[in-house]
Design a protein around this ligand. Structure first.
Ligand SMILES: CC(C)(COP(=O)(O)OP(=O)(O)OC[C@H]1O[C@@H](n2cnc3c(N)ncnc32)[C@H](O)[C@@H]1OP(=O)(O)O)[C@@H](O)C(=O)NCCC(=O)NCCSC(=O)C[C@H](O)C(=O)O
Ligand SMILES: [Mg+2]
Length: 292
């Protein structure tokens, strides 16, 4: 399966130091889990978090969920050992925090190779500093093992000294730069977290905006937000029905030698069919996940 084409509607962070959270990951209906060794873990608990995460990965039982491990940076006392331990594990991806240059990714790819990481393991990057925004294109093209970006909007807001507003206008240039780079290099890209767990309406609005901007899904901090993210980032029944309709209509038109067709008064060209096929494929993958 191409790295960018699997459901990633909801991706939940869980601190590696929280054994109960890791256990719950086996049953929560999130498309992906991020086992965190970095900012959600206090310095005194770094080793505990690493050991618990590796034990959970060894034990397995996470089904179709994509498992990323967010390691500490190579510039910290824990980063190298985190990367080595994760490279030897069954994780789907190593998620690197605060990436700012292609060199970091190349260093980590070399460690993965030296440690015999399995062939499907990918590198993902937290995009969360101003320099990362400016270097997004170089980072996106850094290495064939790169699988995707995760927006780190909390660190970004801190470094930009900007506000967390409802419309996220202060963040929009950054989101756009990372989106452009990700899509140019066929990477997946996940939106940042919504920090206010008491603000359901704001959470829903951020999901709608994230999907409209093109994000594959949203990173989450609490299980109670999984269902809303799954709904927001999934194709609706109406969208799937429309997609199937225009695929069929365009196929009929093509058989008659026509390159375009009008469906309910709307012009349908091949490019619309490509988008429709992608949407139907995602809906099918979501349905398959539900029965896995
Ligand atoms: C925010 C929390 C600390 C709240 O935890 P808690 O008080 O335990 O919440 P609840 O009592 O409401 O929990 C109910 C049950 O759900 C489980 N739970 C809670 N959170 C998680 C989770 N993330 N994963 C799995 N399970 C979870 C509890 O164990 C309860 O279960 P049960 O025992 O059956 O009742 C907590 O939600 C939390 O720690 N969240 C994650 C925070 C985190 O990871 N932050 C770092 C990532 S955000 C970030 O860094 C983004 C980026 O870098 C940036 O810069 O933007
Ligand atoms: Mg961060």
């Amino acid at each position: 399966m191409a790295v960018s084409s699997r459901p990633r509607r909801s991706v939940l962070y869980m601190p590696g130091s929280n054994a109960r959270a890791l256990e719950k990951g086996r049953t929560l209906l999130a498309d992906g889990l991020i086992f965190d060794m970095e900012d959600a873990v206090a310095p005194d608990s770094k080793k505990l978090a690493r050991d618990q995460i590796i034990a959970a990965l060894d034990a397995g039982g996470f089904g179709p969920r994509e498992i990323q491990v967010r390691v500490n940076g190579l510039n910290t006392p824990w980063g190298y050992d985190d990367i080595v331990a994760t490279a030897r594990s069954k994780a789907d991806a190593i998620l690197l925090p605060k990436v700012e240059s292609p060199e970091t990714i190349q260093q980590v790819a070399a460690i993965m190779q030296a440690e015999g990481a399995h062939e499907n393991m990918r590198i993902w990057c937290m995009m969360e500093t101003p320099l990362a925004m400016l270097n997004a294109r170089e980072i996106a093209g850094a290495h064939p093992l790169l699988g995707g970006f995760v927006m780190g909007t909390s660190d970004l807001a801190k470094d930009l000294n900007c506000a967390h507003t409802r419309d996220r206008l202060p963040m929009i240039t950054s989101l756009g730069l990372c989106m452009l780079a990700a899509r140019a290099y066929d990477l997946a890209i996940l939106d940042g977290v919504h920090l206010d767990l008491s603000d359901d309406e704001g959470f829903d609005a951020s999901c709608v905006q994230g999907r409209e901007l093109g994000f594959d899904g949203k990173t989450l901090i609490h299980p109670k937000t999984i269902a809303a993210a799954n709904k927001a980032f999934a194709p609706s029944e109406t969208e799937v029905a429309w997609a199937r309709k225009i695929i069929a209509a365009h196929k009929d038109a093509s058989a008659k030698g026509q390159g375009v067709v009008l469906v309910d008064g709307k012009l349908i060209e091949n490019l619309h069919v490509v988008s429709a096929q992608r949407l139907v494929a995602l809906a099918d993958q979501i349905a398959a996940m539900a029965t896995a």
